[in-house]
Unconditional design. Structure first.
Length: 104
């Protein structure tokens, strides 16, 4: 994965988002059905599953629902992790995107 393309999300978030989408597709659920099961709107699910800069971040409650609905472990959602917990893999970039700050 060419991570600079995904500057809003940490590599671990991108991995989880991809795994979430793949779980939904493997279970045969449409976007509408997947959203219904999670108790969110289709638009919210689209925003959650997208890995581009306009997607939204994940929350613990959503991950817990995913674990129950798709009968998977959090380890499977997260994937392999580096041993170094100070790794860039866990860092959410704080780089400003879009317009320039005022006064510049």
């Amino acid at each position: 994965m060419n991570h600079p393309q995904f500057t809003k999300f940490s590599p671990i978030t991108v991995t989880v988002k991809k795994n979430m989408r793949q779980l939904r597709l493997n279970a045969g659920y449409s976007m509408n059905e997947g959203a219904r099961l999670l108790g969110i709107s289709r638009k919210q699910l689209e925003d959650i599953e997208t890995i581009r800069n306009y997607g939204c971040h994940l929350d613990l409650e959503l991950l817990a629902k995913m674990k129950v609905i798709y009968k998977t472990s959090l380890d499977d959602l997260v994937g392999d992790l580096p041993e170094d917990y100070y790794s860039e893999y866990f860092v959410r970039p704080r780089k400003r995107l879009g317009s320039t700050p005022r006064g510049q």
